[in-house]
Write a protein that binds this ligand. Structure first.
Ligand code: PGA
Length: 239
């Protein structure tokens, strides 16, 4: 596990953006695993600026998102479908993007077909955030490490963490989601996990120094051969 710690968020995001852009330039057909939430937004902002200024192209890139809420129409501002369009896709020249469909009438069939898609295509570089409870994607504590795409009940702590996107109202936060499983996530050839802020420091310490245990799902990353952590000082403060 390669650990990069930065004094400021700006330095962190400048560095991680350079890293990702370099990967896209050296493999214009790269398969990117993408994440939502607050963490990747400053990265996406930099990818957009670079695309506009330096013309890095995503025409042949394919992207695969980690997860999607169940129970929100995709037109809802907080659906990850709309989030990805607003924060990245509509600003660059990417054409082939995949996000699990949280509105599928047969959600189990959707989970199966997203798993098969991931197996067929494979992810080269997975961008990850981390929940304050150590979740990756929406794989909450105690998710088996051999899980594939599945339907989850969001943890109490995740509903609280995400309420800020829903007017602070816990009742408006969807309670279920469809997510890549842990096995799908760690099948990526390379993983870049970004974490900022003190609220993530405990989970980050577990990822680096803790025992590999399903109780903190991200600890599985210790077993992956090619993981890069990008941390600001606050997220790294318990290391
Ligand atoms: P955040 O979420 O980036 O909004 O903090 C991260 C996550 O839950 O994985």
């Amino acid at each position: 596990m390669k650990i990069n710690i930065f004094d400021s968020k700006k330095e962190l995001y400048d560095a991680v953006a350079l890293y990702v852009i370099d990967k896209v330039k050296s493999n214009p057909e790269i398969h990117l695993g993408l994440a939502t939430g607050s963490t990747p937004v400053p990265l996406y902002e930099r990818l957009i600026i670079d695309h506009k200024v330096n013309h890095t192209s995503y025409k042949k890139v394919k992207s695969f998102n980690l997860d999607e809420y169940i129970g929100l129409p995709r037109t809802h501002e907080q659906s990850y479908y709309t989030f990805m369009n607003n924060n990245l896709f509509k600003h660059i020249d990417i054409t082939e993007t995949y996000i699990p469909n949280g509105e599928a009438s047969d959600i189990l069939a959707e989970a199966k077909s997203y798993k098969e898609l991931l197996e067929r295509e494979g992810v080269d570089l997975q961008i990850l955030g981390i929940g304050s409870n150590g979740h990756i994607g929406f794989n909450e504590p105690n998710t088996p490490f051999d899980s594939h795409v599945h339907i989850v009940d969001l943890a109490e702590s995740t509903i609280k963490d995400n309420a800020r996107f829903f007017e602070g109202n816990l009742d408006l936060v969807p309670k279920k989601a469809i997510t890549m499983g842990i096995k799908d996530i760690i099948a990526a050839k390379e993983i870049v996990l970004i974490a900022t802020g003190k609220a993530k420091s405990k989970a980050i310490n577990e990822v680096v120094n803790g025992k590999v245990d399903t109780f903190v799902p991200a600890t599985i990353l210790q077993k992956h051969p090619n993981v890069h952590l990008y941390l600001d000082k606050d997220a790294a403060s318990k290391l």
